[in-house]
Design a binder for this molecule. Structure first.
Ligand code: ZN
Length: 428
């Protein structure tokens, strides 16, 4: 049994784990969850289940602020890595090849030290559960129990409160090596003159990071992926472009890897695709909005949105690089990047022009802020919010095949317009 407990710094054997359960402040019966479940409500959208996969069938919280327990029911025992991340406070549980077939809607309830939890693919073959914590904490212990009698295998993580200083000391001491590794974008590839322009489409979020949710449970990560796939089809149908997507399925990808992907492909254009959310009681906003990168946000709404979108890595439990604050608040745009940025604005105008004629726009104004995903210094990059999942009309559109098709045609026209202008201006 390989249970890695970052906070306790020990590798408890099964017998110790069982002894700990016996000493647990909860009677064993409290670990057993009522099994009356409507299987039709299982959330199976995210994963393909192979025979090899461990299936996570349910999860729940127990306890209070003095001691909070997270429990997940598994089809069989699996090796897990459990560790803590700060800023914001999170518990990360990683395991290989776990399929999630949890009851829909779980993870939103607050209990004890945990404010919410979520789950999904973090990378191909790597599954992750992220618990959001209300403050500094210690992972008192974590273990996985073998299935017994009619009980499923169970992952158990016990959490206790601590002060920030202790949290930081322990987190540093026990951090798994893999977490510290920050991918460095590879140098841009030199592209052959004769090749077609390369367009990289970036469906936002994915896997463990669902993005925004509509009141009816429509997820941003799904609608943006569906739209990106349609847009890719339309672009390929013109015969004028090579098209790549940062993700083709329900897998998470950190923001800097999306940027690195565009650079690696030597993209002529990078389009990050999202869907926004405003609580209905605040604003009944609807329609598409187009954003570019800037050091200073164009307005408060753009600033708030960039903060929200930049939070994707934190949602998925990626430890942010040391320079992350600097990256967000003070993006130094050098000369090369300024030229790239000018091109980004030309492309953004082209999208607004197309959409203004045929679709609902939230605003015709170009907006800009410190979006981390738009930071490639050598790739013109634009972020398109397709609409608002908080708005009933927009939600209908975002899930409509006919709308998706029309929107993809408009964005293809905008990309055509951008490259036509580029070619007309290109020096010979
Ligand atoms: Zn988003």
């Amino acid at each position: 049994m390989r249970v890695f407990s970052a906070m306790s710094g020990s590798l408890p054997s099964l017998s110790i784990a069982l002894a700990l359960v016996a000493l647990s402040p909860w009677p064993e019966s409290s670990l057993v969850f009522a099994k009356a479940k409507d299987t039709s409500a299982k959330d199976t959208s995210a994963e393909d289940t192979s025979a090899e996969d461990t299936i996570a069938k349910d999860a729940r919280l127990a306890g209070d602020r003095e001691r909070t327990r997270f429990i997940a029911d598994l089809s069989k025992k699996v090796d897990v890595q459990v560790f803590a991340l700060g800023n914001p406070y999170r518990v990360i549980v990683d395991a290989a090849d776990v399929s999630f077939q949890m009851p829909s809607g779980i993870g939103k309830e607050k209990r004890g030290l945990v404010t919410a939890f979520r789950y999904g693919l973090f990378a191909p073959g790597k599954s992750r559960i992220v618990l959001d914590m209300s403050g500094p904490f210690l992972i008192d212990r974590s273990f996985v129990l073998e299935p017994r009698d009619d009980q499923p295998a169970r992952l158990v993580v016990d959490l206790v409160p601590t002060d920030e200083k202790t949290f930081l000391a322990k987190a540093q001491e026990n951090k798994p090596r893999a977490v510290e590794k920050v991918s460095v974008p590879p140098p841009p590839r030199v592209r052959l003159q004769t090749s077609k322009p390369i367009v990289v489409l970036d469906p936002g979020h994915g896997g463990v990071d669902p993005g925004a949710n509509s009141p009816n449970g429509v997820r941003e990560k799904q609608v943006v992926l569906q739209f990106a796939k349609r847009l890719k089809e339309k672009l390929l149908a013109t015969g004028r472009y090579e098209v790549f997507m940062t993700r083709e399925d329900d897998t998470f990808l950190p923001l800097r890897e999306r940027v690195a992907f565009a650079q690696e492909k030597a993209a002529g254009l990078f389009l990050s695709i999202h869907a926004d959310y405003f609580p209905a009681e605040i604003d009944d906003a609807r329609g598409a909005t187009v954003y570019t990168l800037s050091e200073k946000a164009s307005d408060a709404e753009a600033r708030a949105l960039a903060t929200k979108e930049n939070f994707s890595d934190a949602i998925a439990g990626v430890e942010l690089p040391k320079d992350s604050d600097e990256v967000v608040t003070n993006i130094l745009i050098d000369l090369a990047q300024r030229e790239t940025n000018n091109r980004s604005v030309v492309f953004a105008r082209s999208i607004v022009g197309e959409l203004a004629a045929k679709s609902t726009l939230h605003t015709k104004q170009l907006r800009s802020a410190g979006f981390r995903v738009l930071k490639a210094p050598d790739v013109p990059s634009v972020l398109l919010e397709l609409g608002f999942l908080s708005n009933a009309e927009d939600e209908k559109q975002l899930t409509s095949d006919a709308w998706r098709d029309r929107m993809a045609v408009s964005v293809t026209a905008a990309i055509d317009g951008y490259f036509a202008e580029r070619i007309a201006r290109a020096p010979f």
